[in-house]
Design a protein around this ligand. Sequence first.
Ligand code: CA
Ligand code: CA
Length: 302
Amino acid sequence: MRAHQQGVAIILAMGVVALAALTASAMMTAQSIWLRQSELNAEHVQAQALIKVGLDWTRALLSNDKRASNVDYLGEPWALRLPPMPVENGELSGRIDDQQGAFNLNNLVRDGKVNIAQLAHFKSLLSILGLPPALADTLSDWIDADSEPQGGAEDEFYRTLQPPYLAANRPLVDVGELALVRGFDDGVRARLRPFVSALPVFTAVNVNTASPEVIAAVIDGLGLDGARALVDKRDRTYFRDRTDLINQLPRDITVAAEDISFSSDYFMVQMRVTIGSAQARSMALLARPNANWPVIIWRKML
Ligand SMILES: [Ca+2]
Ligand SMILES: [Ca+2]
């Protein structure tokens, strides 16, 4: 009898221990889900904070660069592509792209009116890229202040779309806006994207950072082959000023002063941060009109 009672007691005790263990493990599971959740949130917050740190770092780099000299070329620290930087529990990477190395689409219109010289430059860029030059007229109508079609499309056309909308009649804020403009389909935009920018003011093309396609578009008569030869020379020795450039151009080529520059004020910064399983990506357009802290014109998380 005593032995039986002992046996029951042992079984009961084992049961209690097993139950306690089960409860504890259930509690731990719940807690670890909660911990994991808050860890994920923490990782996300940390990733966002690092994006800001990275952006501030690029602003410091650009501000120091402006202080160092008034020329911008691809051999400078801001233009170097750094490998991803390890940070605690993840990595940070980023790149800065000179937006004046591209053709500024907003140059097409000045004070609300189409700028004929810039329209010709853009048409020439389009034909170099194998795209229809008439797209330049369509984009000019989209940006210019009036609602009279000048070879392109205005409200009359956009109103017939489903859903209908109106022409912007103001400068582009971002190149992505091209998706709304007649004829700028996915294929056209993909082809154009590396060669164009959308900046808030009229800008010259920086011949120290521009591609041969963009240089050929803004220097009349040079042609793509001439521009490629020029870029080869530039990549060995950058142009300090207009005299440096003119010395490298064929004698019969002239360049309008407002079309080209040797320095830049607008930069696109792309950042990517990974912390644990959280990721954050951002794009920001920076303006650097002087050696002060660059201004963020817009910034978006991707
Ligand atoms: Ca510089
Ligand atoms: Ca218009």
